[in-house]
Design a protein around this ligand. Structure first.
Ligand code: GLU
Ligand code: ZN
Length: 473
């Protein structure tokens, strides 16, 4: 191929940005960026009934969030009807298309029980002209095969005799999807068509149209493998979390999402899994895409997100977490948020969360007046915890007397009183942690106490102690 590659993402605005579509967009984008090519965004909104204009914005905002910037577009296919109709005229003039006045009922009546379903080419040689109620059909050659040059799937061949003379203009004059799709790809000089495998069966029609339109060098195809859920079923909008928007709202990082999406059907030969955007651009090869279905595993995505969170510089982590720390997302009153206190905890929090929306629960004990006590943790770790009243009493005394309020001496005195009660340090921390933070998981306890301060720590221990029955002495 000569010249720079031109690739396009051509979503239909019939839903929010689906992870499968986002994966297609990404693979096109990666290839274009690596090859110094052009990435085009084309909105295929010819289906007036199913397309919703407001979804165009949902798709572009999802792409922007993922960092998939486009060089041309967004083109709206619905505004290119002239071009599509002109192409149809050319096809008629060249004998590649003919008018058909058959109704669906007539076709069904004629083909009932026939071995080859679909249109029976009834009007092929009737020489009809255009007119109301007449659709335009493509004259599919009856001999030979059409071979798709597919980087992922080799060269699947389709027998032309099994392809029906498909409609390209509906009887109301509207161009059919496949016509608009091919005419636009010809017009935009697309060199690579990278899209979901659900489009493979239509590709012979695509190629026949391309050739009939004298579209020049044919594009290379890459039909990407299906995405499936843990039951190996095609992802379903109803059962599975399939919209990119949802991951954005839950606090996933776009770079983690991009990293994970890139591995759905592709992987670098060296087996690396966690890659930055630049590393992906450098390593991506269409030739390394596989054809077998790819499992969209939310657990794995979550793991990737944790890895990318840990890779952020702390300051960057603080910035990314900010939307979750301020109104309306934050669970504390806005004036109680203390940025400096959060910054002190940030490196510890960063080690422990998988998605940003988990950050508030790690630090809410700092910014709420009283900790929200998790009932299960309270029951398990305090009420039924070993020596909890004694431990709380001892901790209050020791913390009250601590010469400096810092994590490491607090650690030391706590280890000591754990030993006095015949407990391991981990166990002894539980009633203290629940009393002070309300939970039995969270960032390291002694750093948490340090940041919370002596007064607030002692007060919370007192409140918890009072909630417990007096210890037998
Ligand atoms: N508009 C089609 C879709 O959203 C994509 C067609 C293509 O990529 O060629 O499924
Ligand atoms: Zn007909």
């Amino acid at each position: 191929m000569t010249g720079r590659p031109r690739l396009r993402f051509a979503p239909s605005p019939t839903g929010h940005l689906h992870v499968g579509s986002a994966r297609s967009a990404l693979f096109n984008w990666l290839y274009a960026r690596q090859a110094g090519g052009t990435f085009i965004l084309r909105i295929e909104d010819t289906d007036q009934e199913r397309s919703r204009p407001e979804l165009v914005e949902a798709i572009t905002s999802g792409m922007s969030w993922l960092g998939l910037d486009w060089d041309e577009g967004p083109y709206l296919q619905s505004q290119r009807g002239e071009l599509h109709r002109a192409a149809a005229d050319r096809l008629v003039a060249a004998g590649h298309a003919y008018w058909c006045d058959c109704t669906r009922e007539q076709i069904e009546a004629r083909t009932k029980g026939s071995a080859t379903p679909g249109y029976d080419r009834h009007c092929r040689d009737r020489g009809l002209g255009p007119g109301p109620g007449r659709a335009l059909r493509f004259r599919v050659p009856q001999e030979g095969t059409t071979v798709v040059a597919d980087v992922v799937r080799g060269e699947p061949a389709f027998e032309n005799s099994k392809i029906e003379d498909f409609v390209i203009l509906k009887s109301n004059g509207a161009p059919v999807f496949i016509l608009a799709n091919v005419v636009d790809d010809v017009d935009m000089a697309v060199t690579h068509v990278v899209r979901g495998e659900d489009h493979l069966p239509n590709t012979p029609k695509y190629l026949l149209l391309w050739r009939a339109l004298e579209g020049g060098p044919e594009p290379v195809f890459a039909h990407l493998p299906l995405l499936v859920n843990e039951r190996r079923q095609k992802l379903s909008k109803r059962r599975d979390p399939v919209f990119v928007e949802r991951y954005r709202e839950e606090g996933y990082l776009p770079e983690a999402m991009v990293n994970y999406l890139a591995l759905l059907g592709w992987s670098p030969p060296d087996g690396r899994e966690i890659l930055t955007r630049d590393e992906l651009v450098a390593a991506f090869r269409l030739e390394d895409v596989v054809s077998s279905p790819a499992f969209f595993d939310v657990k794995k995505l979550r793991h990737f997100d944790g890895e990318h969170i840990r890779a952020l510089p702390v300051d960057e982590f603080v910035e990314r977490a900010r939307p979750w720390l301020v109104a309306p997302a934050a669970p504390w009153p806005p004036d109680r948020f203390d940025e400096a206190a959060f910054r002190r905890m940030a490196p510890l929090v960063q080690e422990r969360v998988f998605v940003l929306s988990e950050v508030p629960a790690m630090v809410d004990f700092l910014f709420l007046e009283d900790p929200v006590i998790d009932a299960r943790a309270w029951e398990r770790r305090v009420e039924r915890g070993q020596s909890a009243p004694e431990l709380l009493d001892a901790a209050m005394a020791a913390y009250d007397a601590a010469p400096t309020w810092e994590a490491s001496p607090l650690h030391q005195v706590t280890a000591q009183l754990a030993e006095e009660h015949g407990l391991g340090l981990a166990k002894a921390q539980f009633p203290i942690r629940v009393a002070v933070t309300g939970r039995d998981v969270g960032p390291p306890l002694f750093e948490s106490l340090e940041v919370l301060g002596r007064e607030r720590t002692l007060e919370r221990l007192r409140v918890a102690r009072a909630r417990l029955a007096p210890s037998p002495r």
